[in-house]
Design a protein around this ligand. Structure first.
Ligand code: PLP
Length: 395
């Protein structure tokens, strides 16, 4: 075999995504398709986003497009934004600019883990954690969320921890469920991690995956576990709040509560490890644009209208939907109980939603609210009709 064992495992963990992509291949050829699958834009980019890029693309010095590690103005803008949002004194030196949240997670894994360490991940959770862990010789260990509510299940995390555990990954606002976890949940998790670190004589780190931190509905209050557990690193992406995931930009932030000697050691490693993972820094123009990007967001009022319209119409039609508190996803149980059958029946009508099989939940489905309101209105009658037929077939 040409590819390595870990490459085989990583590829195997992405199979569920590639299989899904193969199933929805028809999408590309059908201009009338209603694509409610991935969190991709369906409208033109924010004018402020394009303006910032345009403002910074014209070189102002000979080294404008030279190699860029983490640029100081970007780090300062991030530290100021994070400090205001989370009420913790983040320092610019503790911010590593990265290629989105993907890049920030890769950097965190490079900084904190050794080969064969175990990393606890939530289920249902983002489908890229497992392949990313396999690709760097780490062992994913699944910890289920509470069934039905999809609350954090701290006892399940405690059960998943062994003496090999190095990291627990948490994600709030959560993909795919849209749940936002509370300060009390983080406090309970912190107590478990503190206790387990002591029992096993090895510090367990928390990666708080927060790319949807600014995509919140209503007045839901965001709490970061960084405020509850000092040994936390935060990964972030601008791809969600600006709905431009193809322009790669994000960061890894070291919590200011990490004990000083450990934080200094990590800080000194941010640049060398950014290099070691393959120059994981964002492109120069993206970094120059961070101060402007910090002030921009997609239209959250319109996103809320789409959430409210779909949630009300689907619950009225008998669907069981988890009301999203954040993210741009809507998560529900597939009528009839078979997500693939439900999604395939919709696809036959040109409506594409994501089966929960991508998240290890074969009875659920996910709808992306990044579709336009027109697309949502057009898809609704199909969702309701297919639901009625699916329930009939299952009865
Ligand atoms: C939970 C979660 N984490 C991380 C990422 C990666 O974000 P990005 O592609 O902007 O790096 C995503 C993207 O879908 C996500 O849903």
């Amino acid at each position: 075999m040409a590819i390595s064992a870990r490459a085989t495992q990583a590829k195997g963990a992405v199979d569920v995504v590639t299989t899904f992509l193969a199933r929805i291949r028809a999408l590309a050829d059908d201009p009338d398709a209603l694509d409610l699958t991935f969190g991709n834009p369906h409208e033109m980019a924010l004018p402020g986003f394009t303006a910032a890029l345009r403002a910074h693309v014209e070189p102002r010095s000979a080294d404008w497009f030279g190699y860029k590690a983490s640029e100081r103005p970007a780090q300062e803008a991030v530290a100021a934004g994070l400090s205001a949002e989370l009420g913790l004194p983040f320092e610019p030196e503790d911010i590593a600019m990265t290629q989105g949240a993907f890049g920030a997670i890769s950097l965190a894994l490079a900084l904190l883990t050794d080969a064969a360490d175990e990393v606890v991940i939530p289920v249902p959770g983002w489908f890229c954690y497992e392949p990313m862990l396999h690709a760097v010789n780490l062992v994913p260990v699944r910890a289920p969320l509470e069934p039905v509510s999809f609350d954090l299940d701290v006892d399940a995390i405690a059960r998943a921890i062994t003496r090999r555990t190095r990291i627990v990954i948490v994600n709030s606002p959560a993909n795919p469920t849209g749940r936002v976890y509370s300060k009390q949940e983080w406090e309970s998790l912190a107590a478990v991690l503190e206790e387990a670190s002591r029992t096993h004589g090895r510090r367990i780190w928390l990666i708080s995956d927060e790319p949807y931190r600014r995509v919140l509905f209503d007045d839901v209050e965001f709490a970061s576990p960084a405020a509850s557990y000092p040994w936390t690193v935060i990964d972030y992406s601008y791809g969600k709040v600006l709905l431009a995931p193809g322009q790669r930009l994000g960061y890894l932030a070291l919590s200011p509560l990490i004990p000083t000697h450990e934080r200094e050691e990590l800080r000194d490693a941010l640049m060398p490890l950014g290099l070691a993972i393959g120059w994981g820094f964002p492109d120069a123009v993206m970094q120059y644009s961070v101060p402007e990007f910090e002030t921009l967001t997609i239209d959250l009022a319109e996103l809320t209208r789409k959430r409210d319209r779909l949630y009300a119409a689907l619950t009225d039609a008998g669907f069981e939907i988890t009301r999203p508190e954040g993210t741009f996803y809507l998560w529900g149980r597939a009528p009839g109980g078979d997500a693939i059958a439900f999604c395939d029946a919709l696809a036959e009508r040109g409506v594409y939603v994501m089966p929960g099989t991508l998240f290890d939940q074969p009875q659920h489905f996910r709808i992306s609210l990044t579709a336009t309101m027109e697309m949502i209105e057009a898809a609704l009658p199909h969702l309701v009709e297919v639901a009625t037929a699916s329930r009939g077939a299952a009865a």
